[in-house]
Design a protein around this ligand. Structure first.
Ligand code: GLC
Length: 419
């Protein structure tokens, strides 16, 4: 009897505490970001809740399809979603307005990202990290051949060929000049936009919604990239995402690589064959009158409208996007903060000298036309990456592919509008 009473009291004493512990599920990390798990666990410990990290694919196009399936069915199985900077318009209807929960935290982020994440007056996601396409180069190889880092694509192609040939001649059969992302997915749209914008060929659809892709500068840009395949770039690039390109570059088999900032911390790991041999600069400009164009990328955190614990989920988002967590992620994972003051933080700059040196590359990065095309962005982009892939594989001439693309994008608009 005594024992029974004791057991009852213990259970009663624990009940209020147990009743409050909630399990939240977050989709983040894309298979390569362990820091998400680490910070989520910190929040769980601080608040007495549990967070489960749901594994996700690293290919953003595959990830969008998965999210659309989950959210489209109104499922509550994920509370917090890591979403691409180009998805707020597409996913807005499934996401909650974070402003009532954020306590004004949005004021510390880049205003352009807050504007990007605001759809019909709702702040549907908080910025987590920002991205811009960058050029990574082998400092040691450029020094060895007495070459300067390239400013134009022509410089890049000439030096890539020279070093590739010389290194192969010296016994490294596997050496390539330039690796990037050429698979038919969102990453190729980012690369192709950079080529086009670098020749002042626009952004596919302009801010007013007009389709602009069929123009001579864009044609020239795609012809240029097609010319790299099989000469300075392996044919296999047509199936490369970010990680495949990094694999080749990090193992020492490429002179140049186009990638996002996350690659820096991995290239600098103690066991990396290219540690301390890499420089980072803006992507080359298209000829003397062109511009350095890096596509704006990045990821945001959003709370599902179907979550049963929206307030708590918003609290987790506020924590993960805070200056404290962004600083840790910048130092350990070279994820660019979305809070401008962190670009002046000594520890952040020490770990990532390129973040301070290329600050304007990040603040002037070229946006994909996701705000203006909104829910149709993924269709616009998939047509662009498919057209680009056809040109790169030699299946279609650049001029023909872009004139077809111009018509099919026009047909996607209803009565000249994207709404
Ligand atoms: C990076 C960018 C993202 C982009 C993706 C394409 O993750 O941050 O915006 O869509 O690459 O592969």
């Amino acid at each position: 009897m005594k024992l029974k009473l004791g057991t009852f009291i213990l259970a009663a004493a624990l009940t209020p505490f147990c009743a409050q512990a909630v399990t939240l599920k977050i989709a983040c990390g894309g298979g390569i970001d362990d820091l998400c798990k680490q910070s989520a666990a910190e929040w769980a410990k601080k608040t007495g809740n549990v967070v489960e990290v749901v594994p996700t694919p690293s290919d953003s196009s595959a990830l969008l399809a998965l999210y659309q399936q989950i959210l489209g069915s109104g499922s509550d199985k994920i509370d917090v979603f890591e979403i691409d900077v180009v998805w707020p318009g597409t996913l807005a209807n499934h996401l909650v307005d974070l402003r009532p929960y954020s306590k004004g935290a949005e004021a510390q982020h880049f205003p352009s990202l807050i504007a990007n994440n605001t759809v019909a007056g709702k702040l549907v996601a908080m910025p987590w990290f920002t991205d811009a396409g960058l050029l990574y180069y082998r400092k040691d190889l450029l020094d060895k051949y007495k070459l300067k880092p390239p400013t134009t694509w022509d410089d890049l192609a000439a030096s890539a060929k020279k070093i590739q040939d010389a290194e192969r001649g010296a016994g490294n059969e596997k050496m390539w000049g330039y690796v990037w992302q050429g698979r038919a997915y969102e990453g190729l749209s980012c690369n192709a936009l950079e080529w086009v914008a670098s020749y002042n060929g626009g952004t596919l659809v302009d801010a007013s919604g007009k389709v602009t892709i069929d123009n001579p500068a864009a044609t020239k840009a795609l012809e240029m990239a097609a010319g790299w395949v099989g000469t300075i770039t392996p044919q296999a690039v047509l199936n490369y995402g970010e990680e495949e390109a990094r694999g080749v570059f990090q193992s020492g088999n490429a002179v140049y690589m186009r990638n996002w900032p996350y690659a820096w911390s991995l290239l600098q790991k103690s066991d990396s064959p290219v540690r301390d041999k890499v420089g980072v600069i803006p992507l080359p400009q298209g000829g003397a009158n062109g511009r350095h164009a890096g596509t704006l990328g990045g990821w945001e955190l959003a709370v599902s409208r179907y979550s049963k614990n929206q307030k708590l989920a918003a609290d987790l988002v506020t924590y993960l996007t805070s200056a404290e967590v962004q600083k840790m992620r910048a130092i350990q994972g070279s994820y660019n903060p979305t809070i401008p003051t962190l670009y002046k933080d000594n520890d952040v700059v020490k770990a990532n000298p390129f973040m301070a040196a290329l600050y304007t590359t990040f603040t002037t990065a070229v946006s994909r036309p996701s705000t203006v095309t909104s829910t149709k962005y993924n269709q616009v982009s998939s047509q662009f990456w498919n057209a680009s892939h056809d040109v790169l594989s030699g299946d279609q001439k650049a001029g023909d592919a872009l004139s077809d693309l111009q018509s099919s994008l026009g047909a996607l608009q209803s009565g000249g509008s994207w709404k």
